[in-house]
Design a protein around this ligand. Structure first.
Ligand code: GCB
Length: 597
């Protein structure tokens, strides 16, 4: 019978189905986040050793703890060697690395050596080493030198692991187990309409920090107060952080005590807007540590049914986007993001809905620079388990990580807490907690969600609308729902007294499939739906924004008819991100009409 000495229990590991119990805690959460703030990082991108592990053999047999040996020096049999084998680049999605991994759902091991990045001499003892993983879908477990350090849940937000205690000079072995199993108690749950890419799909890096360092900085303009700065630091003693904003001639000391401090400065910075995306250099300095941010100051408010940016009513000319690429999956780049922005601009957009999970942090950084507004979202989508306490904690944490990561970005207009979720008491309690968390972490932005409308009464009766400031609805009249009269009725009866955004509308159309507008999946049919939709939406005073579904065709396992073949075809452009469908120009024309003026 098979044996494993590493497993510590010889043959019994074969009979132990509780083998994961030791790997569920501690959890890496938003509490361990550290703002990068322009500090240098050691980039761990590049080739890592990689092995899929569908049966969790690495855990069952504790192969993660194998000592490093050359293959010819090993004497005991083993099923996987963390020091040997295939490599894949990080970041990447394993699905696109090998055809046989395309639909792989389960666990996989990433491994590499890392050198202690602190200088060998001098003040190294005073410095901390923190691992930052940009995103790993969905659950990541981190091991250093064969020792389990903790796990993170959530596939689209960064997490941080303090390695200091285990990294005393020299070379170490870093292992990250990533697992993308869809489960009903996860966020999103096991059923979505986007591809379940697995892996370390964003950058992994090491940060070296002084022992005393700034962990967070949140600087924004608050109407009636001025510039408000919140600083979090790693120590609880009473001290001062120096804050400088040269463009405002501001050079001040912010008192910190108990790990935090707040200061309010009565000043009137030049304002950020999509037309004038002015950014200000902000610097916080505490002892040896310096954090630098570029921040746009603007005010946002919801007044009745208007969204006000710097006091002026705003009309959101938007487009929805997934973070998806034919070649790289969820892995994105500045070039990819900038191409997305160019196409949005070609449409005449000032707004992007980043569906349905937090996109790469570079999106908001670049949107700040280019002057685009963003809807940022967490994947509370469809049938999440609204009862399970662990699921709620996971959703709250993903929201916290998103808000804390991006709240300094002027481009982020609104946090979206849910998409098309059922109106139950459990869901309402779950989303009330999320709304409260978002408001606690950020006092400057309206909240939104894609709410449901009642098909019979043709009204938005979803109780979620009461929790948010901007009401979103996804509607597919002309496509899933036949009767445009229902859309007209929903708009005519809208009386919630809050801005209404059509967060999705659209239709599938196969690029190059031309024919009668009566035939579904043709470009003509898709364009005809846009024409009718835009004619109706353009007449509805309640509608303050539109973000049709969506810019590019995207991969999704559940769409398998001959027109789709694994792709959602509602893109205004094909998945090559070049070919425009007829509907592209229809939307571009609409955004340049009186409605968009
Ligand atoms: C929706 C969902 C979106 C889907 C889309 C569709 O309502 O929010 O995730 O991809 O419809 O294409 O059906």
């Amino acid at each position: 019978m098979e044996k494993s000495d590493l497993a510590g229990n010889a043959v019994t590991f074969l009979h132990d189905e509780g083998y994961m119990a030791a790997f569920e805690a501690p959890a890496f959460t938003d509490e361990s986040m550290v703002i990068i703030g322009g500090r240098p990082v050691v980039d761990l991108s590049g080739d890592w050793r990689f092995a899929i592990d569908p049966f969790d053999t690495g855990f069952r047999q504790r192969l993660f703890a194998m000592p490093e040996l050359a293959p010819e020096d090993r004497t005991a049999p083993y099923d996987w060697d963390p020091f040997d084998g295939d490599t894949v680049p990080v970041p990447s999605c394993w699905n696109l690395m090998r055809p046989e991994w395309f639909l792989y759902e389960g666990g996989a091991w990433y491994a590499r050596h890392v050198d202690d990045p602190r200088p060998a001499v001098g003040r190294a003892a005073d410095q901390r080493v923190v691992l930052r993983v940009g995103a790993a879908n969905y659950c990541a477990r981190v091991f250093l030198d064969g020792v389990f350090l903790g796990r993170h849940l959530g596939g689209s937000t960064p997490f941080f692991v303090d390695l200091t205690a285990r990294m005393a000079g020299g070379r170490h072995h870093l292992l990250i187990h990533v697992e993308n199993t869809r489960r009903p108690d996860r966020v999103p749950c096991h059923h979505t309409d986007w591809f379940n890419y697995g892996g370390l799909h964003r950058d992994v890096s090491l940060m070296v920090l002084p022992r005393d360092h700034i962990t967070d900085l949140f600087v924004r303009l608050v109407p009636g107060q001025g510039v408000v700065a919140d600083v979090l630091v790693s120590d609880h003693r009473r001290d001062h952080v120096r804050l400088r904003i040269p463009s405002l001639s501001l050079d001040a000391q912010v008192e910190v005590f108990g790990g935090q401090g707040r200061a309010v400065f009565d000043c009137a910075p030049e304002l950020w807007s999509p037309e004038t995306p002015v950014l200000h250099d902000v610097e916080a300095r505490w002892g040896d540590d310096v954090v630098r941010e570029r921040i746009g100051f603007r005010t946002l408010a919801v007044d009745g049914s208007e969204i006000l940016l710097n006091g002026a009513p705003l009309r959101l000319k938007g487009i929805s986007v997934h973070e998806d690429d034919r070649e790289t999956g969820r892995v994105t780049s500045d070039a990819d993001i900038e191409r997305r922005f160019r196409h949005a601009r070609d449409l005449g957009c000032n707004f992007l809905r980043l569906a349905h999970y937090p996109h790469h942090e570079r999106v908001a950084e670049l949107a700040d620079r280019y002057g685009l507004l963003l809807w940022a979202e967490v994947p509370v989508y469809w049938a999440v388990d609204y009862v399970d306490a662990g699921t709620r904690a996971d959703a709250l944490n993903q929201l916290s990580e998103l808000v804390r990561r991006d709240r300094n970005r002027a481009s982020v207009l609104t946090w979206s807490i849910a998409n098309e979720t059922p109106d139950t008491d459990a869901r309402l309690a779950f989303l009330s907690a999320l709304a409260a968390r978002a408001r606690l972490l950020d006092d400057t932005r309206p909240l939104t969600a894609a709410c449901l409308f009642n098909q019979e009464s043709r009204k938005i009766e979803d109780r979620l609308a009461g929790l948010v400031d901007i009401v979103g609805i996804n509607e597919y009249f002309g496509w899933y729902d036949p009767d445009y009269a229902d859309l007209e009725a929903i708009l005519a009866q809208y009386d919630l007294g809050k801005p209404l955004v059509i967060s999705e509308m659209g239709a599938d159309g196969v690029a190059g499939l031309r024919g009668s507008a009566a035939r579904i999946f043709t470009e003509e049919h898709m364009a005809a739906i846009y024409d009718r939709q835009l004619a109706i939406l353009g007449q509805a005073p309640a509608v303050k924004g539109i973000s049709p579904w969506l810019l590019y065709d995207f991969r999704t396992e559940r769409r398998q008819n001959p027109y789709q073949r694994g792709w959602n075809r509602k893109g205004l452009m094909a998945e090559d991100k070049q070919t425009r469908k007829l509907a592209f120009d229809r939307l571009a024309r609409f955004y340049r009409s009186d409605w968009g003026a």
